[in-house]
Design a protein around this ligand. Sequence first.
Ligand code: NOJ
Length: 533
Amino acid sequence: MKEWWKNAVVYQIYPRSFKDSNGDGIGDLQGIIQKLDYLEELGIDVIWLSPVYDSPNDDNGYDVRHYHKIMKEFGTMDDFDELLENVHKKGMRLIMDLVVNHTSDEHDWFRSRPDMYIWRDKPNNWRSFFGGSAWQYDEARGQYYLHLFSKKQPDLNWEKEGVRQAIYAMMRWWLDKGIDGFRMDVINMLSKDQRFPDGPAGDGTAYFINGPKIHHYLKEMNDEVLCHYDIVTVGETPQTGPEEGLRYTSPESRELNMIFTFEHMGVDQELGNKWQPRTYSLVELRKILEKWQSAFQEKGWNSLYWNNHDQPRSVSRFGDDHVYRVESAKMLATCLFFMRGTPFIYQGEELGMTNIQYEGIEKYKDIETLNHYHEQRKQGRSHEKIMQEIYRRGRDNARTPMQWTSGPNAGFTTGVPWIDINSNYRSINTESRHHPQSIFAYYQALISLRKKLPVLIAGDFMLFHKEDEEVFAYERKTETEHLIVYCNFSTNTRSFEQPDGEVLIGNYSKPARGKRLTLRPYEALVFYRQSET
Ligand code: NOJ
């Protein structure tokens, strides 16, 4: 199939936390190789590797020091080649993170070719996503450089032809090695408004998100690089609506295949402040997802996700990580998997891994979390209040090591893990995956259904019970197939008219008996029928 990625299920690996093979407490490439059988058993098609390039790890690899070298903690280029070969042998594919909005300040270019970066005599008021000004003064040069993220992540100047060509050459190098595509880090921030205007209250996003030349750059990247390979591309595009999303992903745009939208990830936070909780209803969440489903009905293609290395664990966020952990983890997966788009699973999601709460701030490792904590403390806020925010939203929630076994260090490492393991590993781990009721087994079933039912690719998407505060129900339909999905996002038992069709899958061992459809707490049920022709 030409657009093979429409049929695929992607699994994201955060290498630092996946599997350590040499006892240094940090996950590595050989560790991933050891676990390829596990991924094959799960049934996924594509692995997305978060950055494995050489890096001083100010932002865990999202600060690249050398694009053609492997981070020493993760192994060597030979390990990488072995990994790629083994992935391909299993009939799977591998995509890499492409981090080209910025490099590390330790990249050679920053000292030897500083003109590849963005310099100004005077800073404007833009703030970095990791706190503080987005501009850092450089003594030697007597100017400020822009860093939308940490000050060790200077932004590249995409206005320069030389920068773009250097990046394209680097991309070709990896593609010629045989990788199968890229997940593109904050790709919609490459083009900055060259007037560098101040933004309201320091928010410069209007001047660099989906900036003036972004589509020009992506078309050029496509012409020069992407279109010459049979690959998949997924752009990370914060603060982007469906209209702009279509410009990125419509085939006639010749830019990207898919993007990661953030709208549904923003539903529980105040606009522009991830730390500030916001009460929301299922109606709102559903509206957002529907908006994206409808916008991409004819053209373009969605990515479907609840989790990644930047987001809290979905079962803790949208489900119930205590009483109904298993049910709600499976329900969330059901809700996602039958929508139109390519599903992404983040490591541990298939086990229902949960958020973490460390008592002391010193246990946390993420630069964004640490900066937030210290900035807020300086402003006089209490430790307890800030920790509550970190428990809800901190990125380390997703970064605790993968829970392989109930044995020492969850089977992640024989050494001291770089970040503490969630103590619930004794009960939440891969050992129970062969149990027919396990979350893992449920994901296996969902993944295999995705391969069997053409309606999942071609079918239109329609919501029903649109105003229901607890149950998310939708249908997918072609001329010959009809699928109805019911997901209870609450602990209440609910009853509806029985839909036509056979139960395709459900997250309780048996559907409740009775004439009407009964949904128990967090129950998900999918009905399927073929139309008589
Ligand atoms: C988005 C990545 O997903 C995140 O982890 C990183 O910190 C920023 N981009 C900066 O590269």
